[in-house]
Ligand binder design. Structure first.
Ligand SMILES: *Cc1c(COP(=O)(O)O)cnc(C)c1O
Length: 385
C-alpha cells in the first residue's frame, strides 16, 4: 500500500505532474542569466526540442494550448461567421477559440475504432456543407487521450475542398502516426503543457508547423503584433501569449523524460488491461494499427448490465478510496454553451461518454497504487458479489 498516515493511504490523482529532477537546474540557469522574461535562451531551446520531438521545423512556445489554437485558427483565416469543423469528443480548449474569433463550430462524431474524428463522416459533412454553398475555414481533429487521429484519411477528405487541418495534439505529445509524430501531417499542430499533460511547464502550449511564415506570424501575434522598428508601431491587434522563459526552463527538464513517460503511460494501461480483462462488461480504449498511442489517460468502458456497476458508481467507489477518476470528455454538441450548433453524427461520442471512465494515469504511479485502483474496480464487479 502507498504511504499510510492517520488519514489512510495517500490520494491517487488522475494525471499529476511528474518532475524529472532536472527542472531546477534549467530554472537556475534561467535565473543566472537573468532571462526572467517571455523570451530568452530557454524558450529558444525548448522550441528546438519541440521541433526535434515532432519532426517539424518550426515551433512557437506559448502560454497555453488554448492560446496556440486561437493563433492557429486566426492564421488560417478564421473570422466572424466562418465555420470550423471540430471533433465533438474533446476538451473545451480545443474549440472555445473558434468562438473567440466569432466563428461557428460544426461538430463531427468519433469512430468506434479510434475514438477520434470519423474520416467518413468528415467527408459527408464537407459534402453536405459544399452543397449548401458553405466552405469551412478549417478542420480541427483532436488526438484523443494520446491517440493520433487518422490524418491521411482526414486530409484526403479535405483535399477536394482545399480546407486546411489544424491538429489538436494537446494530449498526444510523443504519440506516433505512420512513423511520424501524431498531428505532424496537418498544416500546424497544437500542443499543451498544462499541469495534467504528459509533460508540463505548469501552464503552457505551442504551435508547431513546417510552415515558417505561419510560426513567425504566430510568434509576432503572441507578442502584441509589434511591427519592426525602434518605437512601438502596430498595424494589427495581437495578444500577450508568449511562454515565460522560466517556464520554458521547466519544459526543458520535462521533455528529456518524454520517452520514459510514454513507456510508463503504456505500462499503466497494460497493467489495468491485465488486471481487469477477465471481468465481464469491461472494455478498453482501442489502439489504432497506424500508430503508437502515448496512453496519456487509461480509459475503460463499463457495461452496467454485464459488469454490475456503471462508470459513475465505479468513480464514486474509487473516490471513497481516495482515488481520482473522471468521466470521458462530455461531447461538445451536448454542452449548454454550444446548444444549437450543428453536429454530424454524435451517437458514438455520447456512448463513450456514458460508458467511459478515465483511470489514474500519473507516470509516478507505483505497482501498489495501480493495484489499489484495480482492486477497487474489481470489488464493484457483479462477479465479486
Ligand atoms: C489540454 C487540452 C487543450 C488546452 O490546453 P491548455 O494548455 O490547457 O490551454 C486543448 N485541447 C485538448 C484536447 C486538451 O486536452
Amino acid at each position: 500500500m502507498a504511504s499510510k498516515d492517520q488519514k489512510g493511504p495517500g490520494r491517487i490523482f488522475l494525471s499529476p505532474p511528474h518532475l524529472s529532477g532536472e527542472e531546477l537546474e534549467y530554472v537556475r540557469r534561467a535565473f543566472a542569466s537573468n532571462y526572467i522574461a517571455p523570451l530568452g535562451p530557454q524558450v529558444d531551446a525548448f522550441e528546438r526540442a519541440l521541433c526535434e520531438t515532432t519532426g517539424l521545423a518550426h515551433a512557437a512556445a506559448l502560454s497555453s494550448g488554448t492560446a496556440a489554437m486561437h493563433l492557429g485558427l486566426r492564421l488560417l483565416g478564421v473570422g466572424p461567421g466562418d465555420l470550423v469543423l471540430a471533433s465533438t469528443l474533446t476538451f473545451i480548449g480545443s474549440v472555445s477559440p473558434i468562438r473567440f474569433l466569432g466563428a461557428d463550430p460544426v461538430f463531427v462524431d468519433s469512430d468506434q475504432e479510434t475514438w477520434n474524428m470519423d474520416p467518413g463522416l468528415l467527408a459527408q459533412a464537407l459534402k453536405t456543407l459544399d452543397r449548401e454553398g458553405r466552405r469551412p475555414k478549417a478542420v480541427v481533429p483532436t488526438d484523443l487521450y494520446g491517440q493520433s487521429a487518422d490524418y491521411e484519411r482526414l486530409l484526403t477528405a479535405c483535399r477536394p475542398y482545399g480546407v486546411p487541418v489544424l491538429a489538436d495534439s494537446a494530449e498526444a505529445l510523443g504519440a506516433t502516426y505512420m512513423g511520424g509524430h501524431a498531428g505532424s501531417r496537418a498544416r500546424a499542430m497544437v500542443l499543451s503543457f498544462n499541469g495534467n499533460k504528459i509533460i508540463t511547464t505548469s501552464g503552457g502550449g505551442a504551435l508547431v508547423s513546417s510552415d515558417k511564415a505561419l510560426v513567425d506570424e504566430a510568434r509576432s501575434l503572441a507578442q502584441q503584433a509589434r511591427d519592426p522598428g525602434p518605437h512601438y508601431e502596430h498595424s494589427t491587434i495581437g495578444y500577450n501569449y508568449r511562454l515565460s522563459n522560466v517556464l520554458a526552463a521547466v519544459g526543458l527538464g520535462q521533455i528529456r523524460a518524454l520517452d520514459q513517460r510514454v513507456d510508463k503511460k503504456r505500462r499503466i494501461f497494460k497493467y489495468y488491461q491485465q488486471a481487469l480483462a477477465g471481468l465481464p462488461g469491461v472494455g478498453f480504449m482501442p489502439e489504432a494499427g497506424y500508430g503508437r498511442c502515448n496512453r496519456w489517460l487509461s480509459v475503460i468502458l463499463l457495461d452496467q448490465q454485464a459488469f454490475g456497476a456503471g462508470p459513475d458508481q465505479v468513480r464514486l467507489a474509487l473516490e471513497a478510496e481516495n482515488i481520482e477518476a473522471r468521466p470521458v470528455w462530455k461531447p461538445m454538441h451536448l454542452q449548454p454553451v454550444f446548444r444549437g450548433c450543428r453536429v454530424f453524427g454524435g451517437a458514438v461520442a455520447e456512448d463513450l461518454f456514458n460508458r467511459g471512465l478515465c483511470l489514474p494515469s500519473g507516470t509516478a504511479l507505483t505497482e501498489e497504487d495501480m493495484e489499489r485502483v484495480a482492486g477497487t474496480i474489481r470489488e464493484c464487479s457483479r462477479t465479486n458479489v
